[in-house]
Each structure stands twice: as structure tokens, then as C-alpha cells.
Design a protein. Sequence first.
Length: 126
Amino acid sequence: MRWFCPRPWQTVECEIDLRPGGKFYTVMQSPEGQTFPGLGCYLEVVPERRLVWTERLHPGYRPAPAAPDALGMTAAVLLEPAGGGTRYTALAFHADPESREKHQAMGFEQGWSTALDQLIEVAQTF
């Protein structure tokens, strides 16, 4: 919750069942207090290597109902050793060009980059 959402936004709720078919649920809150819940399902979990989840399915691989504001995104985070550190690759797969463009207009690339910087800050406290 400390790093997932780019500041000044916040992640105010989070529930993760980190296994294939498990729940990925977050609620992001804007600086104005507006909340944006997101529910998805993990497709692949490879410890210390790969996480893949989608909004297209709910937990237990149940079809997600169509929602007019949903992006229909599937995301993958890949981790691999690189020198003395870790290479982090984030991929986003959208249902169609329109949802990709909508996500880009929301600041997706910059937001994920900022969230990664925040993750690094949190990791350095351990």
C-alpha cells in the first residue's frame, strides 16, 4: 500500500491472495478523496520472478462483468537478476487500442514509473 499508487494518490485498501486464481483487489484514492476500486485475478505466480494478473477475470477465474469504465487490462511484472541488482519489467496488455489510449491518457506510463521509484524507496528501508 505504501508504493503501489503514485503520490499524491494513495492505495487505501488492498487484498492479495498471491496464488493462481487468487484475488488482487485495491482501492486507489485521488487527492480529492475520490476512490477507484480494482478487482482482478492472478493468472501466474512464480516467486521472485513473475506476477501476472488481469481485470478480465475475478478471483477463481470467474468472468468479470463488463463495466463501462474498466480498462480490461492484463499486467505482468517480470523480475530477473541483473548484475548486483534486479531488472524489473512491467508489461500491460489491453483489450483494444481504445482502452490502451485511455490508460495512456490517464498517465499510465508515468504512474507506473513513479510507483516503481516508490517501491525502491520502501525496499531500501529493509
